[in-house]
Write a protein that binds this ligand. Structure first.
Ligand SMILES: [Fe+2]
Ligand SMILES: [Fe+2]
Length: 278
């Protein structure tokens, strides 16, 4: 019997402390047909009311649950924030809601509408918040803010003004070389970073970049930057530390006017298959 179960990551990438009581929970997936890897991250905020931000992947389920519950006791988790309804962010939602009986699920009308085919939302345990709204998680206010680039209409990032950490969801996604788990984008060669982000933003996240007004888009980027974040964590890139934030927004602003490389086509798939067979 053929099985199509996703392949578990070949090795573990440890959670990374990126701010006070704030951890990126990481895994790495090899990119197809290129000597690159892509992060699949989520976030844990330990505070008076601990928060799990996105719920990892099915492929990494066992390690993800071990990593998250190594940082926070399931019964202490008070909030589960879903940034959007993509499978790489909802992979362990059911496991988390079952393990964390005191957690409120922070979703939205659109997330619920779009994801009820895969998950029975416990509505009495849900809170709906939209772009610009916030929750008070004990000792901190967490503001839902949509990043400038995204792949789902439901996307809201999460900004913690008490630590300066902004969860930018899929925005700024960019691969890393080989299977080298570099921790910050400052460790990437600048051209590699720019090319990787261009490829991902145009072909894997926000193809609408080619049709937006560059000036209006730049203003959206600037507005987002004004949150005043000092660290950006994202699902699919190394951490963007303070020294790299302006460069990240410079790259973002340029996206509508840069020409991306061609999207991989059947010829590329044939090459990947041939290379795998060899
Ligand atoms: Fe996504
Ligand atoms: Fe994602």
């Amino acid at each position: 019997m053929m099985t199509f179960a996703p392949v578990e990551p070949a090795y573990r990438v440890e959670p990374e402390l990126i701010g006070p009581e704030t951890f990126v929970v990481r895994s790495l997936q090899p990119a197809l047909g290129a000597p690159l890897s892509v992060y699949l991250n989520s976030l844990v905020i330990r505070g008076a009311e601990p928060v799990i931000v996105d719920t990892g992947t099915i492929a990494n389920r066992k390690q993800w649950l071990d990593d998250v519950f190594g940082l926070v006791e399931p019964t202490d988790v008070r909030w589960v924030f879903l940034s959007h309804d993509d499978i790489d962010h909802t992979g362990n939602l059911e496991e988390v809601m079952a393990a964390c009986p005191n957690a409120t699920l922070v979703a939205s009308w659109a997330i619920t509408e779009r994801h009820s085919n895969a998950f029975e939302f416990p509505l009495e345990r849900c809170r709906w918040i939209n772009d610009g709204s916030s929750i008070i998680a004990g000792d901190r206010e967490l503001v839902a803010v949509r990043p400038p680039m995204y792949d789902s209409p439901t996307t809201r990032g999460l900004f913690d003004a008490s630590t300066g950490v902004y969860w930018a969801v899929d925005c700024f996604a960019s691969p890393v070389p080989g299977n080298d788990p570099v921790t910050t984008v400052a460790e990437l060669e600048p051209n590699f970073w720019r090319e990787g982000m261009t490829m991902f933003m145009h072909h894997a996240l926000s193809p609408w970049l080619s049709i937006v007004d560059p000036v209006r888009f730049a203003a959206v980027c600037d507005e987002n930057r004004k949150l005043g974040m000092t660290t950006i964590a994202t699902a699919h890139a190394p951490v963007i530390t303070a020294q790299s934030i302006d460069a990240a927004y410079e790259l973002a602003r340029s996206m509508p006017t840069v020409t991306p490389p061609p999207a991989p086509d059947q010829n590329v798939l044939d090459e990947i298959i041939a290379a795998t067979a060899a």
